[in-house]
Design a protein around this ligand. Structure first.
Ligand SMILES: C[S@@+](CC[C@H](N)C(=O)[O-])C[C@H]1O[C@@H](n2cnc3c(N)ncnc32)[C@H](O)[C@@H]1O
Length: 284
């Protein structure tokens, strides 16, 4: 049973962490330019605790001192904070709806620019390249894949994934309505699946921070899936402004299942193309 003294101690601890967290994010921003000040507090704190454990420090203040003086510790923190969980054809129904509802619109366009904002290690981007290839649209498409995590981007650029993931990715692909042998998209070597070169040709990989960097092109489609879920409300609204400014009229916005345009200032600028799969069309 927790005693009153223990409860008091834990409350004290939380009060101190409530002071330490904003100091930590401010210090990271001042020192490295990474701005986590607007991230959702609870999930950010979980990641800080995880990083503290990995670095062997006891308090957030000690962690702050550690990252301020050691850029490598900051890079390791970035790996933890940029939750890079992803998969090829993640949420297969989303890709099925893209094939059926979005691709017909893309056919009519002279070119297609797609922005994968928060692309992690690239699985989402290569899935799109495969889908566009199968629909005969890859040649006129340019995929811009960005993330704040440079290490994730390096892995993405390589296009080499663990061979043992391919069984899951093949099953996902089949559920999207893909009719090819999935294995034709990669070469197996030892424990790795090396994606075929023709899938990489139309992809531009670049570092881009949704919090601190601006718009850099006009796109016919923007995927920002499972990224804003980690942001606090005001930051989500700022990123929605950036996305809105970067989308062509009639362009499509694709969010993750846990994300929504509802109650954002931009809600009225879009019509719902598919509610369940969180696909929206910019209409004004
Ligand atoms: C869970 S992954 C999502 C990957 C992919 N979009 C998907 O749905 O499978 C979230 C990604 O968002 C990136 N991210 C987080 N904050 C970011 C920011 N401020 N700017 C750009 N990318 C960010 C992380 O580095 C991470 O790679």
């Amino acid at each position: 049973m927790t005693t009153a003294a223990e409860k008091n101690q834990s409350r004290n601890h939380e009060d101190i962490e409530a002071i330490e967290m904003p100091l930590l994010t401010e210090a990271m921003f001042q020192r490295y330019g990474y701005d986590f000040r607007g991230y959702a507090a609870a999930s950010l704190k979980r990641r800080v605790r995880h990083a503290m454990q990995a670095e062997g420090v006891q308090t957030i203040s000690a962690f702050q001192e550690h990252v301020l003086h050691d850029a490598e510790a900051m890079a390791r923190f970035l790996d933890i904070v940029s939750v890079d969980v992803t998969a090829m054809f993640r949420d297969p129904l989303f890709y099925k709806v893209l094939r059926n509802k979005v691709v017909p619109d893309l056919r009519a366009l002279p070119h297609v620019r797609v922005w994968h904002a928060g692309c992690s290690t690239g699985e989402e981007v290569y899935s799109m390249a495969i889908l566009l290839h199968e629909e005969g649209l890859l040649e006129k498409s340019q995929l811009y894949a960005t993330d704040l995590n440079q290490r994730a981007l390096e892995r993405a650029r390589e296009g080499i994934f663990p061979l043992n993931h391919m069984r899951e990715y093949t099953a996902n692909y089949q559920k999207t309505g893909g009719g090819e042998e999935f294995s034709r998209y990669y070469t197996a070597k030892h424990d790795s699946a090396i994606l075929r070169d023709f899938l990489r040709g139309n992809i531009v990989w670049a570092g881009h921070n949704l919090v601190t960097d601006g718009s850099f092109n006009e796109f016919q489609m923007i995927l920002c899936r499972n990224v804003m879920i980690y942001f606090g409300r005001p930051l989500q609204e700022r990123v929605h402004r950036l996305i809105y400014d970067s989308l062509a009229m009639g362009g499509m916005l694709c969010l993750g299942h846990g994300e929504s345009l509802q109650f954002t200032p931009h809600e009225k600028c879009y019509e719902v193309a598919d509610r369940a799969e969180k696909i929206y069309r910019k209409v004004k």
